[in-house]
Design a protein around this ligand. Structure first.
Ligand SMILES: Cc1cc2nc3c(=O)[nH]c(=O)nc-3n(C[C@H](O)[C@H](O)[C@H](O)COP(=O)(O)OP(=O)(O)OC[C@H]3O[C@@H](n4cnc5c(N)ncnc54)[C@H](O)[C@@H]3O)c2cc1C
Length: 486
């Protein structure tokens, strides 16, 4: 029986392990954290529960498949609850727009902002569907390590003006700035600037429409638990608290990997769920191909994230499950983060209130939240997080108090936060980026890190920095690509 070692237990690594064992490999999954899930860690502190990472579950069929290939049913392990209001977008002037499961209601809500844009919504959706039909359904699940595969896509890329950005694409259909913001925000969910990310990522809009937006009851952490149960049932060996920091190479192959305690593990194939920039800069730094050297030198990382977790002793009943609170400016904010590399004052916040759907997330009468704020990654040398994080946290609380949650400060009974430094230290994310490489056109498909290593014959890569890209559907798809490569 051939052996496979999967290094990294993010969703990409977990999905790979589940697919590999089905292919007949003996599989060991190794991760440096105390728990499985990678960025999808889960905290339970005195009855207040928090997902640390992903909260919005889309394309559930990609999870269902992991169970069905082993003749099991996802619903026997966890409930994915469809949400009715997907996102509440809250603007600086206090107005809001609810983006809903029901297209009719969404259009009615749009009409209150702009009649013309509401009438054009179906056209925007139709265009997004055309991109989705090819870019997600087909290309996201096929390997892109051969340049010829990329060249074949040129007519498609030109037809859909992939050289244009998501904001421009959205602006072709919508004229109102509030609605343009709401419908161009998708790249931020995978680490990119909507003014720089190829419009191919507009497919996310249709992906949500096609499959819905869900919450995993008990949290995304519970989804990780469900996968963990499945992995134990099907015989995957799981090793935690173990960092692989050295590869022993022989004849363009990995012979074995060594962990921080000096333990050696041998296998026939190795799957890396690491940030590829960390992998190629720090673990296999020598004898890289020209394209790898180029990628390492010129890589544009996704932005960093500041995440404030807090529990309140009262319920903020009117707050929806997912709110996006815009600052005054949009373009200026994105330039401050992505170009000037400065800490913004006029911030935008994604606010997660799981208690809106699942009361088990907080003690009775209380609420649990996380507020996620896009910030520069650690390439910004002017931000000293050790010194500035606490002030920044106070700023986030003030903005929330002013815009949505009056009297918040005195209601908070528990709080802690993560900065880009934690992403670097906990997950070995290069420059503490929230989502590895940014989703630019020049960092997508063939240009992204390949799922089959350019330099080592028995090394494969999955996860956010590899094709097709970040986000839970993206990394689950990378494991599908891996399967097709084997
Ligand atoms: C705050 C936040 C919110 C998000 N929200 C959403 C959302 O709502 N919906 C969505 O679809 N996506 C969301 N995302 C994106 C999504 O979570 C990620 O893109 C995806 O989970 C990354 O999965 P991955 O397979 O790349 O692995 P990761 O989650 O990056 O896990 C990799 C694992 O490998 C481990 N590792 C690294 N180096 C080593 C080593 N040398 N040895 C052993 N182990 C190692 C790391 O510690 C980590 O545990 C969010 C991300 C963040 C950070």
């Amino acid at each position: 029986m051939k052996k496979a070692i999967v290094i990294g237990a993010g969703f990409g690594g977990i999905a790979s392990a589940i697919r590999l064992i089905k292919k007949g490999y003996k599989v060991e999954l190794v991760d440096r954290c105390n728990n499985l899930g990678g960025r999808a860690q889960f905290f339970n502190i005195k009855g207040f529960k928090y997902d640390a990472g992903p909260t919005i579950i889309t394309a559930p069929f990609l999870f269902e498949e992991l169970f069905s290939i082993h003749n099991k049913k996802l619903e026997d392990y966890i409930t994915l609850k469809p949400l009715d209001v997907w996102y509440r977008f809250i603007y600086n002037d206090g107005t809001y727009f609810d983006y809903e499961k029901s297209i009719e209601k969404t259009i009615l809500n749009m009409k209150e902002i702009s009649e013309d844009d509401a009438n054009n919504y179906q056209n925007l959706l139709e265009s997004s569907k055309k991109i989705y039909d090819l870019a997600f359904t087909k290309l996201a699940h096929q390997p892109f390590h051969n340049l010829s595969t990329m060249i074949k896509q040129i007519p498609f890329l030109l037809k859909f003006r992939s050289y244009e950005n998501v904001y421009k694409f959205t602006s072709r259909y919508l004229k109102n700035e509030k609605l343009r913001r709401a419908f161009s925000i998708q790249p931020l969910l995978v680490g990119g600037n909507p003014f720089e990310t190829t419009c191919i990522y507009s497919l996310i809009h249709y992906l949500e429409r096609a499959h819905g937006v869900y919450f995993a009851m008990g949290g995304t952490g519970n989804l990780v638990k469900a996968l963990s149960k499945l992995m134990k049932e099907i015989g995957i060996k799981i090793t935690l608290n173990t960092t692989i920091n050295k590869f022993v190479l022989k004849n363009k192959k990995i012979y074995s990997v060594i962990d921080q305690k000096g333990n050696e593990r041998k296998a026939d194939i190795f799957i890396s769920n690491l940030d590829p920039l960390h992998l190629y800069k720090n673990i296999i730094s020598k004898n890289n191909s020209l394209s790898l050297k180029y990628k390492k030198k010129y890589a544009k990382h996704s932005m960093g994230l500041f995440v404030l977790f807090f529990g309140t002793k009262k319920k903020f009943k009117d707050i929806k499950h997912h709110s996006i609170i815009f600052g005054k400016e949009y373009l200026e904010l994105l330039e401050t983060i992505f170009k000037k590399n400065e800490l913004p004052k006029d911030i935008s916040i994604y606010l997660h209130r799981p208690t809106a759907t699942d009361s088990s997330f907080a003690p009775k009468g209380c609420d649990s939240f996380y507020a996620l704020v896009p910030v520069p990654n650690l390439e910004s040398k002017s931000i000293l997080w050790e010194k500035e994080a606490n002030n920044f946290k106070n700023h986030v609380v003030k903005v929330l108090e002013k815009k949505l949650m009056p009297g918040l400060k005195k209601e908070i009974v528990q709080e802690f936060y993560m900065t880009p430094l934690d992403f670097k230290n906990n997950y070995l994310s290069d420059e503490g980026a929230g989502f590895s490489l940014a989703p630019f056109f020049t960092q997508s498909a063939w240009f992204r890190f390949h799922n089959k290593s350019e330099v080592l014959d028995n090394l494969f890569l999955v996860g956010a920095g590899t094709h097709p890209g970040a986000g839970v559907p993206g990394v689950l798809s990378s494991a599908r690509v891996l399967e097709s490569l084997l």
